[in-house]
Design a protein. Structure first.
Length: 110
């Protein structure tokens, strides 16, 4: 089992600069995240024509933060909808169980 406090170093390249990143996560995860950032920086530079590297990185970070916030909001809405639907189903099942537990008034004694 890996020690979660043990940090490894991995070098990533973002916006033309190498950065040594020390992290306790799997190095492949760090590289994957760095590739995502690098791709977004390139997209921003291509779409906006921004040549200043620092500005492109800031715009990419804001764009990624926007995507994250929207995804988090969607997830919360899905969770809330799922919880609401689960409550409805629970109440429907309870009502059905109550109906079946009641003696039928259509049965004649005889």
């Amino acid at each position: 089992m890996t020690d979660p406090t043990q940090k490894t170093s991995v070098t990533v390249r973002i916006a033309g600069e190498d950065h040594a990143i020390r992290s306790s996560v799997n190095p492949e995860h760090t590289l994957r995240c760095a590739r995502l950032v690098e791709e977004r920086v390139k997209e921003v530079q291509e779409k906006s024509g921004v040549s200043d590297r620092y500005r492109a990185i800031i715009l990419a970070a804001l764009s990624m933060a926007d995507r994250y916030v929207r995804a988090a909001d969607e997830l919360e809405a899905v969770k809330a909808g799922g919880a609401h639907r689960a409550r409805e189903l629970y109440e429907q099942i309870e009502a059905e169980l109550d109906d079946t537990a009641q003696p039928s008034s259509n049965v004649s004694s005889g």
